[in-house]
Every structure is written in C-alpha cells, then in structure tokens.
Design a protein around this ligand. Structure first.
Ligand code: AMP
Ligand code: ZN
Ligand code: FE
Ligand code: FE
Length: 284
C-alpha cells in the first residue's frame, strides 16, 4: 500500500497550484491518494475530482473550516463531503459573503496606513479563487512594502496588527454539525495551533468536540513535535478517534515543505483513507 496526503490547499483558497495541477503533481510524486482541503470553500473540488478521474488518481473531497476558539486557532477538516449538500452550501455561502465584506476593509486599513494597494491587485494575486490574507501578503511583498511574506503578517495582517480585520467563524458545534450533515468525516486539524499546552485542557476540549461530532485527530503534521504526536495518538486511542495526517502544502516551497513528505520525514499510509471510508460507510 502506498502513501497519501490528507491536507492540501489549491488556488480555490490560498494555495498556488490549481486543483488539477495539485492532482497531477501528487500522482507524479507517486502518492496513492490525496484530499483537497481548501479553507472555507469547496470550489476547487469539482475540478480536482474530475482531474483525478481523468488520470486515474484517487481524490478525496475535503474542506478545512476555521472555528471560533478563545486561544490560538481551531481548524476542522471534513473528508468525503457531499459537495452538493444544501446546508453545507448555505453555510459556506455565509463565509464567502463575510469575506467579500471583509476584504475591502483590509484594503481601506492598508490605504490609511499609507500603503498603495487596490482590491484589484489582490484579486489578481488570488488566482481567481477565494481571497484571503496570504494574497494581501503577496501583493505587499511584490510592491516591496515588506521584505518577506512573514513580515507582511507581522507588520500588517496578523491578529492585533494595524490592518487586521476579523473574519466570520462558526462555532465548533456549528461547523461539526454541517460537516456531519453533509456526510463528511470531521477531523481536528493540527491541534498544536490551539494554543493549549496542558494535556488535561486539550482532552477536555476534545471531549467537547467529540460530543459535537468530531471523528478524528490530525496527528501527523509537519509542525508537530514527536512529543505532540505521542500526545495526540494517546488522545485518539483513549477516545476512539481516527488518526490522519497531512502536510498542509500550499504549492509553494515553504522551508522545503513538499506534498506527501512534508520536510522529508512524513509517511502517511493509505490505511488512514480506509479508516475514514469505513467510518463514512458506517454512518451512511
Ligand atoms: P484568512 O483566512 O484570510 O484569515 O487567512 C488565513 C491564512 O493566512 C492562514 O491559512 C495562513 O495561511 C495565513 N496566516 C495567518 N496568520 C499568519 C501568520 N501570523 N503568519 C503567516 N501566515 C499566516
Ligand atoms: Zn492556508
Ligand atoms: Fe489550518
Ligand atoms: Fe490548511
């Protein structure tokens, strides 16, 4: 059995490769399957799925939803979603509408800070998909207002920085509800961004999420230390949760991070896909 990557972004959100490109790239890299998990949107899935069919490569329809959380950030992955499900589409519509209102506010704030930037430029940088802060960062970099992508976040875009505008987030309960309604298998993405270092606090949160419909934990992730991995495996075992893994590859070389392998150390077995499928089939 081969290897997979269950956390990837395309131009439908803030990735650099189009859905077809990422599918072809994954196949060329020798992977057996991928999940496309764009932030807050399923717009890339139809293209990715049909490219997969065309070239004979397994593509799992997925998503990554940002949820409300008091510290750090909480992202929830959904796998095997029914992309035509009305509730899912209604909820994602709210997120798109909120972004459409948020983006001009970021432009305005930047303009007031003396940055010459238009929404048109950001739109162009987005490659036609959903517009987010990384696209603003790229324009700031291109126009030499900052020396790096990271500096754009530090000086302007991150939470608390002068051009930050908050975005609409669902509660975990809402997100888990519509993922489950749309037949998706819900998995907590990269728990190390939750900002919860104590095992007991994390466990309490996981219990709440399980109650709300969580089915798994993304244990294997490039930014997880080996002790974090051990901790997340223990949590998954104690609470009967699935284990998944993915690189969060955005199509650009970020400190040498690549699809499937992360920074060289990752190997995500196809058996994780089988486990997801078994769970999906059980709840059908
Ligand atoms: P948005 O959905 O528009 O709020 O943008 C969120 C995306 O911006 C995340 O998925 C990250 O890729 C990126 N991002 C957020 N915070 C930072 C940060 N402090 N440094 C670098 N990238 C960030
Ligand atoms: Zn992203
Ligand atoms: Fe994430
Ligand atoms: Fe991601």
């Amino acid at each position: 059995m081969g290897y997979v990557d269950l956390h990837l972004h395309t131009t439908a959100s803030d990735g650099v490769l189009s859905p077809s490109e990422i599918v072809r790239y994954a196949k060329a890299k020798g992977l057996q399957a991928i999940a496309i998990t764009d932030h807050d949107t399923i717009e890339g899935l139809e293209e990715g799925l049909s490219e997969g069919e065309k070239i004979g490569f397994e593509v799992i329809p997925g998503i990554e939803i940002s949820a409300e959380h008091s510290s750090g950030s909480m992202h929830i992955l959904g796998f095997f979603l029914d992309i035509h499900h009305p509730l899912l589409n209604e909820k994602l519509g709210y997120l798109q509408k909120a972004r459409a209102e948020r983006n001009p506010k970021i432009v305005e704030k930047l303009n007031r800070l003396g940055v010459d930037i238009t929404f048109g430029e950001v739109l162009k940088a987005s490659g036609g998909g959903q517009v987010g802060r990384p696209h603003f960062a790229n324009v700031l970099l291109e126009k030499k207002y900052v020396k790096s992508f990271q500096e754009a976040f530090e000086r302007f875009l991150k939470k608390g920085a002068p051009a930050y505008v908050d975005k609409l987030r669902f509660t975990s309960k809402e997100a888990l509800h519509f993922i489950n309604e749309a037949k998706g298998v819900a998995v907590l993405a990269h728990p190390n961004t939750l900002g919860m270092n104590r095992y007991s606090g994390l466990e309490k949160l996981i219990l709440q999420l399980v109650e709300e419909g969580l089915k798994g934990i993304e244990v294997y992730y490039p930014e997880h230390s080996s002790s974090e991995v051990a901790q997340y495996i223990a949590l998954a075992e104690r609470h009967g949760l699935l284990v998944t893994g993915g690189t969060d590859y955005h199509g650009i070389e970020k400190n040498g991070l690549d699809i499937g392998v992360g920074r060289g150390e990752m190997k995500i077995p196809y058996s994780m896909v089988e486990n997801l499928k078994a769970l999906r089939d059980r709840s059908l």
